[in-house]
Ligand binder design. Structure first.
Ligand code: ADP
Ligand code: MG
Length: 699
């Protein structure tokens, strides 16, 4: 099989090789220019590309095409059109024009727009993103597109992501050229997202209303064995899981997704997949596609793939690590510390720009990973704390300290102003600690943002990261641009020193899971937004609106609309959870508890019938206990229902989100607490749905 992998890889992708083969030379050149340099694409070129794309797609079994986009629901959307055009004589031809390739007009009225698109203007536009390759899936040609309203406002995640990549490119190129690296023409960001997920049996899934409606279990006592033995992490793959992973790899490879690493994770039934990194917008598209293919392949193997951040209480949830760096068109990774002086100063500038960016916009970074699901993980000692800080490792911290104490300057002067020479040791990836508790860690030649939840689109965090770093670089550039050559090295040093002093509070190499860190972070004045409703309002703060509008990422109305949508989403998730829990308790759990009680009463009375001398002490005690639990759960259920009704009567707003976060979550927790204790008295045969032990240990 392995000898076939190179042929299989990318076989369903309209990639560079296919384009070179199938397109006339001048068309190929024009398209490449659009892709690499972001130039406008002429309609003649689009027509020729469409023709070749269709021919290739039909050859590979496609009958339909779709503009594939990423609305603000967080998933992807598609509407399929066939290539068929009737000829009027009862025959059809397969047709596809440049216009159809470039632009689509799906009815957009059912996608969230946060008020951006008046309902009478239902039209939305999709526009081809030629920088992310088209591919074939299930007999359809998928064309990655951006999605916007009639008046041009972005209604998706791709548009602002592309804008943020452009902003970073612009500022980073200016900076690097100022440093004398004039052959660099463009800089892109790279991302490698590691994806965690659970696999459970489809038959189990189907019996649990909570998993079906909310993606997580709302009830369920912990099994006698959890993850404490740590025997699952990197453990041998069970044959059925190995089969699944094998097919998953193949499906991803065909789509040109470089799936590389796979292993078992900490929790039982939990696994991880990591691809080789790619340009950010391609990596984002690929991660969306990966989640999709995971679900599909799981289904084929009798599994359901759970991408929720916290499917099981008391068992580690799932996250996504966003590995991020910047690379020049000449192939240099700007976060590679390297050996040579010129590279070193470049590295230091970009490193300090990232530190400044993360310190100043930690609130936005926290916002970018906020969701109802992720609230269960962040700060719960299984994932990084809600406080955003940077892990640099000992070596880099020493360099930063040296700059602050002017030791670097002294060395620079000794080597006749050859900026930074010999100061930086050459780093090896392995020397950077694997501190798993840090939300944002330097890992040798990239930063790893670890606060993301498993189901999140990685677009959001990268939009923030790219924009915040672009802003830091733009400020650095402004400070350095008019400095005379003779003073340049000194000015660079002063700039680094000033920024290190100003922003080193965000650097923390210790254990982020401790209470001491929470106190220390508060002393340092770092943000600590514990929940989604706490952090949502930072989106509309002046400082952040200024950042996004200055770099052309969002207009103010785009920010307002996204803010509304995030609030709405949060409330919807909690509303569905509350309703589902109420339903399960009323229709499944309480009846099961009643049947169990009845059964025991029956046993006890039968014993009494035989002889008065047989003790029914144990039965009586359990019957009393169960009756008590029944009553408590019933009362708590009434409270949950009343509070849910209250929420339904409230206006959608941040107040409502806070009401869900406090009152409703509290109501649900209380029910769960009693019900999970009561579960131990319910005989297996009366359990209305699979237990944790059933789901987690028999896959
Ligand atoms: P870990 O130790 O975190 O499990 P790895 O060292 O295997 O992981 O790398 C994790 C991810 O980082 C991979 O997806 C890899 O492609 C990605 N990665 C490596 N270099 C870069 C880079 N320069 N930019 C972005 N991502 C990168
Ligand atoms: Mg990692």
């Amino acid at each position: 099989m392995s000898s076939l992998v190179p042929e299989m890889y990318g076989s369903l992708v309209f990639n560079d090789k296919v384009m070179r083969d199938k397109l006339p030379k001048d068309i190929y050149k024009a398209l490449k220019k659009t892709i690499d340099k972001n130039t406008h694409l002429e309609i003649e070129v689009a027509n020729a590309v469409a023709l070749a794309m269709k021919a290739w797609a039909v050859e590979n079994g496609a009958t339909h095409f779709t503009h594939w986009f990423q609305p603000l629901t967080g998933t992807t959307a598609e509407k399929h059109d066939s290539f068929i055009t009737p000829m009027g004589n009862g025959e059809v031809i397969m047709d596809f024009s440049g216009k159809e390739l470039i632009k689509g007009e799906p009815d957009a009225s059912s996608f969230p727009s946060g008020g951006l698109r008046a309902t009478f203007e239902a039209r939305g536009y999709t526009a081809w993103d030629p920088t992310s390759p088209a591919f074939i899936k299930d007999g359809t040609l998928y064309i990655p597109t951006a999605f916007c309203s009639y008046s041009g406002e972005a209604l998706d995640k791709k548009t602002p992501l592309l804008r943020s990549m452009e902003a970073l490119n612009k500022e980073a190129v200016k900076m690097i050229q100022l440093l004398g690296n004039t052959e660099v023409e463009s800089i892109t960001t790279t991302v490698g997202p590691e994806q965690e997920y659970f696999l459970i049996d489809k038959e189990d899934f189907k019996k649990r209303m909570d998993l079906i409606f909310t993606g997580r279990t709302l009830l369920g006592a912990k099994p006698p064995k959890g993850q404490e033995m740590e025997d699952h992490y990197f453990g041998t793959l069970k044959p059925r899981v190995a089969d699944f992973m094998h097919e998953l790899d193949e499906e991803l490879w065909k789509l040109g997704i470089p799936a590389k690493t796979k292993h078992n994770e900490v929790a039982p039934c939990q696994h991880e997949l990591a691809p080789v990194f790619d340009t950010t917008n391609v990596a984002v598209d690929h991660n969306q596609l990966t989640m999709d293919v995971m679900r599909k392949v799981a289904d084929k193997h009798g599994y359901v793939c759970l991408l929720h951040e916290k499917p099981f209480e008391g068992i580690n949830g799932s996250g996504k690590h966003n590995n991020w760096s910047m690379v020049t068109n000449t192939g240099d990774n700007l976060l590679e510390p390297g050996k040579t002086p010129a590279e070193n100063i470049q590295f230091l500038i970009f490193l300090v720009a990232v530190i400044k960016a993360v310190d100043e916009y930690a609130d936005l970074m926290r916002l970018s990973v906020a969701s109802a699901g992720n609230d269960h993980r962040l700060g719960a000692n299984e994932a990084p704390p809600a406080i955003i800080s940077i892990f640099l490792g000992d070596e880099l911290t020493a360099v930063i300290d040296a700059i602050e104490k002017d030791e670097l300057l002294a060395k620079m002067q000794k080597v006749k102003m050859e900026t930074g020479a010999t100061v930086l040791p050459h780093f090896f990836k392995d020397t950077t600690d694997r501190n798993r508790t840090s939300p944002f860690a330097f890992t040798g030649n990239k930063f790893e943002f670890r606060s993301l939840g498993s189901s999140l689109s990685v677009a959001g965090p990268n939009i923030v990261l790219n924009t915040a770093v672009a802003e830091a670089l733009s400020q650095f550039y402004d400070e350095l641009k008019d400095v005379p050559k003779a003073d340049f090295d000194k000015a660079v040093h002063e700039l680094l020193k000033k920024n290190i002093i100003e922003h080193k509070r965000v650097i923390f190499n210790g254990n982020g899971y401790t209470d001491e860190w929470v106190d220390e972070a508060a002393k340092r004045g770092l943000y600590n937004y514990k929940t989604t409703p706490d952090v949502l309002p930072v989106f509309v703060e002046d400082k952040n609106i200024k950042l996004f509008t200055k770099h052309g990422i969002f207009t103010t109305s785009e920010i307002d609309s996204r803010y509304e949508i995030q609030i709405e989403n949060y409330c919807k998730v909690l509303h569905i959870e509350a309703k589902t829990l109420a339903d399960m308790v009323a229709h499944q759990f309480l009846p099961a508890l009643a049947t169990s009680t009845e059964k025991l009463i029956d046993t006890a009375s039968k014993k009494k019938c035989i002889s008065d001398k047989i003790s029914i002490k144990a039965e009586t005690a359990v019957i009393e206990k169960m009756s008590e639990q029944y009553e408590t759960i019933y009362e708590l259920l009434e409270t949950l229902k009343a509070d849910t009704a209250k929420a339904e009567a409230m206006e959608d707003s941040i107040e409502l989100a806070k009401f869900y976060q406090t009152t409703i979550i509290d109501d649900m927790d209380k029910i769960r607490c009693v019900a999970d204790k009561a579960e131990e008295y319910i005989p297996a045969e009366y359990m209305p749905y699979p237990t944790y032990a059933d789901m987690l240990f028999y896959v």
